[in-house]
Design a protein around this ligand. Structure first.
Ligand code: FRU
Length: 602
């Protein structure tokens, strides 16, 4: 039995390297049918077909058929002239592959002889598949897929002490495509165990796009008490809402035979979020339809009625509205509660591209009314916080959210290889009042706290124009948390920077009313012109000081200001871990207090 090299915070249950290290026969036949069509017939009992991928190649359509029936279709970026990596395809006895390449007919390619195409001579069969879990930018305590591409978190629910997380997953390449719901579980929101794929595409309705799950405690849908009901968008040429149920606690799902359960003439119609609305005794489904959020209602989770739409003239409309959520939240320090409507939007975010906006208001089971229609509110002002949604059925009424830590502007080309993208830290969401308006606060879940081990501390540092620096212990190796309090000079600003031995740096500046994170010199930035930027958040306090918690995990810097009253989440790709902190002002004297650097114990 092969064990994975090291994934510190991630134990692998359903790994890909399952059996003994027997190398399989390489036998297969490949019949060329002319003009980019061929049929591959494996002649081995090996578990995996290892497929050579080239990310810049066009997608080829591969239909897997068995006994003359098509059972699966995949879009694969088969390697033309260079192999970036292999992806494993677990095939069944008797499977054959009909390969049609490429979709975008590329004349030069079509006329090359078969043997000139890299994948044809490089395809392999094996009982094992080796995952490089030590990739340089693989996070250690943020969730990332074992292999392949990930985008939005989906269908999260809590039950019997376990947090379930599903996610948009491409098992067959580290770029967007072939979307299914990957699955992972955790009992503490820090350590994640990979589980087998939960819901996979079907040839009838298409890929499995984003959605949500509920625990059906009263068996209203008739699949059994406590069945897990997942709602997702089936996406091929058109998008429609479907449901699937699980009677084994979310491990395996059966697609409901009455699918689809909600349809529309809109071409962007997706991402069902289902919640229980106590006051009207109804289930509510919130759907993203174009640049609006639609509210639908149901008593049995199967039949849905359209109620209303929200969006026209409200908030930001720089792009498509996606991935909604809706929840009633108490307002801190009061007896009031308000409804918060989450509306992820792409593009149109405050720093360009994808971001999470929200509206605070009232919801009566039919209609959402925004209390501050003239304002746009963002949950996170960094560039890499998208598709944020919460866990259903979380304990103690907690609102625990998680976001995909990337941005559609460059998500497909970030400098990783066998996997692409990770999630934000799970965060506790709450509501606070400031200057007569309501805002969402988002701070790391308290479970994270238990993993912080103090490595060094300084009670007071004086900062001035000449930078003063503090070392980050080398053993932290790019995974650590920094807490401190910045007191800015009167009529001035203070900058705190993370700097590495190669001079790469992340500059964070506080000027009293705003806080910015500049990653333009943070390391590798040239893979996209949208990457090297400065992101800026408003600061909701007037006392010239901010309390910071900065969480670093290899390739991400999450800044939580004033316990989550402002947040900036940004990816970074430094050549070496940032190894010191520098403080400097624009001339006047300033104070840094309660500086604590923590290593993360996992
Ligand atoms: C958001 C999104 C969703 C969609 C999914 C597809 O990032 O575009 O609207 O369901 O990704 O992967």
């Amino acid at each position: 039995m092969r064990t994975p090299k090291t994934i510190i915070a991630t134990t692998i249950i359903a790994a890909l390297h399952l059996s003994t290290n027997v190398s399989a026969e390489q036998a297969y036949s490949l019949s060329c049918l002319g003009e980019g069509h061929s049929i591959l017939v494996p002649q081995t009992t090996a578990k995996y077909l290892l497929i050579p991928i080239q990310e810049t190649s066009n997608e080829s359509r591969v239909v897997v058929f068995n006994n003359n029936e098509a059972r699966q279709s995949l879009n694969l970026r088969l390697a033309k002239d260079k192999i970036d990596y292999y992806v494993p395809f677990a095939y069944k006895d008797g499977d054959k592959l009909y390969i049609h390449e490429p979709f975008n007919r590329d004349a030069a390619y079509l006329h090359t002889s078969d043997n000139d195409v890299a994948w044809k001579s490089a395809i392999k069969f094996s009982d094992t598949f080796n995952i490089d879990s030590n990739e340089k930018y693989r996070p250690r305590f943020h969730f990332a897929p074992l292999t392949g591409w990930m985008n939005d978190p989906n269908g999260m629910f809590y039950k019997d002490g376990v947090y379930h997380l599903y996610y948009q997953h491409n098992q067959y390449g580290a770029v967007w495509g072939n979307l299914s719901w990957g699955h992972a579980t955790s009992t503490d929101l820090v350590h994640w165990q990979h589980q087998p794929e939960a819901i996979v595409p079907d040839m009838a309705l298409g890929m499995i796009f984003s959605g949500s799950s509920v625990v059906d405690k009263d068996n209203v849908a008739g699949f059994g008490k406590d069945a897990i009901i997942a709602f997702y968008t089936a996406a091929a040429e058109r998008q429609m809402q479907c449901m699937a149920y699980s009677t084994d606690g979310g491990m395996t799902f059966t697609k409901y035979e009455g699918n689809p359960i909600a349809t529309s003439g809109k071409t962007d119609f997706r991402d069902p979020k289902v919640i229980w609305h106590e006051p009207t005794n109804k289930w509510i489904m919130i759907l993203a339809g174009g640049q609006e959020m639609e509210f639908w209602s149901s008593s049995n989770l199967k039949e849905w009625k359209y109620e209303s739409s929200f969006g026209e003239g409200q908030g930001c409309h720089g792009g498509v509205w996606e991935c909604p959520d809706l929840m009633l939240m108490p307002v801190e320090g009061t007896t009031e509660a308000k409804w918060v409507l989450i509306c992820n939007i792409n593009p149109g975010g405050p720093a360009g591209g994808s971001a999470t906006q929200y509206f605070v208001g009232d919801f009566d089971g039919k209609k959402f009314v925004n209390l501050a229609p003239e304002k746009t509110k963002w949950m996170d002002y960094g560039k890499d916080h998208y598709a944020a949604v919460t866990w259903n059925n979380a304990p103690e009424g907690r609102h625990i959210g998680i976001a995909w830590m990337s941005n559609w502007q460059y998500a497909n080309i970030t400098p990783t290889k066998m996997f692409r993208s990770s999630n934000s830290l799970p965060r506790e969401w709450s509501l606070f009042e400031y200057d007569g308006d309501y805002y969402v606060k988002s701070a790391p879940v308290r479970e994270f706290e238990q993993h912080l081990v103090k490595a060094s501390s300084k009670s007071k540092i004086s900062a001035s124009k000449k930078p003063v620096s503090v070392n980050i212990p080398q053993s932290a190796d790019g995974i650590y948390t920094i807490d401190c309090k910045l007191q800015k000079p009167d009529n001035g600003m203070i900058t705190m920077s993370l700097v590495n031995a190669g001079g790469e740096r992340v500059d964070m500046t506080y000027d009293g009313s705003s806080f910015s994170v500049d990653r333009s010199k943070s390391g590798l930035t040239d893979f996209s012109t949208d990457f090297p930027v400065k992101t800026t958040a408003p600061v909701y306090s007037k006392n010239n000081s901010v309390e910071l918690r900065i969480v670093v995990d290899k390739a991400s810097v999450e800044v939580f200001g004033d316990n989550g009253r402002f947040v900036l989440t940004n990816l970074v790709y430094p050549g070496k871990p940032y190894s010191k902190i520098e403080f400097a002002t624009d001339g006047k004297k300033a104070k840094v207090t309660d500086l604590n650097i923590y290593k993360i114990s996992l």
